[in-house]
Design a protein. Sequence first.
Length: 215
Amino acid sequence: MNAHLDPSDDALIQAVRSGELAAFNLLVERYQRNVYAVALRLLRDRYLAEDITQETFLRAYTSLDDYRGGSFRAWLLRIAHNRALDVLRSMQRRPATSLDLAGSDFRVRWSVEPVPASPVEYAMRDELRRRLEAALAMLPDDQRITVILSDVEGFSYEEIAAITGVSLGTVKSRLSRGRARLRALLAADESSRELLEGLLRQANDGPSERSSGSE
């Protein structure tokens, strides 16, 4: 295989099936961040996410004959999703296991507005992000996973359907209900409302203040 080219997934898969282990290593390099990110968002523990990432690629390698074409990334992430769900359910059945966000590496990359212009605004955004994370953790698993895949990881409806193994209609329904539940949770928290309103006021006031100062 020519190392100077950027081979397609299908070309790499064909090479793996022909016995080229180096081709599979290229697939690992190409998608390990995606697999790790999905596992981390679901489990909120980097050590478990690392384990799931390794298991996912091992299972993909041993099950490559089951891949029938289409999006290899979606096929790979479905393996990660299913394995992470198994672990998550096992954790939830054990009362001694904590899923508290405060002790984990889980950080949702919510982008509310551009980079804050002041320490006060930064602190407000950080606190709002914490509240968003806490609200997200309160969603049912199916809604939380769908919101994460869509609004945090940026997958399309079609990709989410392939990853989670449900229909497009189910993806849209879960996403709609999950977003509505998040809004309701935040609306019920007066301090969260005040934080969001404060950020919106700063966003609205900022341009006029900057333009008046430049005249």
